[in-house]
Design a protein around this ligand. Sequence first.
Ligand SMILES: [Zn+2]
Length: 353
Amino acid sequence: MLQRERYFLRSRPGGLRAAALVFACVGILGAAWAPAGPPTDSAAPALQVLARQFPTGTNLRRTAHFLVVYDTDHHWAEGRARLLEQAYSRFMRQMQAAGFDPRPPGEPLVAVCFRRHRDYLAYARRTESTNLEGSGGYYSPATNRIVLYHGDTSPDLAPMRALVRQRRESIEGSGGPRTGALQDLDLVSRRYRARAGRNNIAHTLHEAAHQLAFNSGVHPPGQALPFWLTEGLATAFETTNPAVPFGPGEVNRARLRDLQAWTRGGRSLDLAELVTVLDPPAGTAEERAALYARSWGLFHFLFRRHRPALRVYMRAGGAAASPEQIRRRFESAFGPVEQVEAQWVRFLGGLRH
Ligand SMILES: [Zn+2]
């Protein structure tokens, strides 16, 4: 069951000092933040449901719009909570300003954070009946939760960890001067972990954008939407540095680099195929990265150049249909794919990362 102490820390007089320290740090970072308060009557049933689903040792952090369930250290979870609130305010403000009419979700959104990657995978297998090896986090429409894990336990770091272990053993066994070499090794290790931490920020914002899109009415619920639309919107909110502007009107440099790497070798953007993809096909890591990059590029282009049509297209949603029907829906909103692709290519040619 959930350890409620963390929750009540914020409402006990004795806990004010600790809470004030946390909020002061958040203030310095300039993040949008609302202090957690005592449980409200409307939140209580949701908390009780959560409490029954997680083992002892799990903590809970309530923010203005999220319930963060976690077994990580408190500091890391506070960082996720802060990011989620940043995602919320950025998403709501930008989508409102762009005329997509997002509605505030009726209840707090749930984010589950695991310390260990293997616990994350076990949870995904249990709740989604699927293997999510290789994912950096996910949003489940079935449970309406986003699920994340600590970047330090990312399998992406396994080769680095093995290399550092090997080098450390060799330095320690060499009998020569060790201090400088070990310090260099620590530096390498810290750099890798910092990179994993930055990627984790982007994953958190990406999954939060999915959750917000489905809970604010920006994506119509219960419909099979094209891959480019859901992933294009989520990738539009990715950044490794939320201190600088990010969102659908900004260039996602990492995705633009992937997109340019894809087209540099003469490979096509293949809009006719892209607009009909519902589930991502199996492929190489490069092909998968390119599919996400093409989705980001298309969403960014339509948001910048065809926004009224994009609003209409998104509001209408679309039931599962044949590829031909999906393509016709796209063309009735934006025009013939050959024509849109030509405009898109010209637009992308003007972007810089
Ligand atoms: Zn996604």
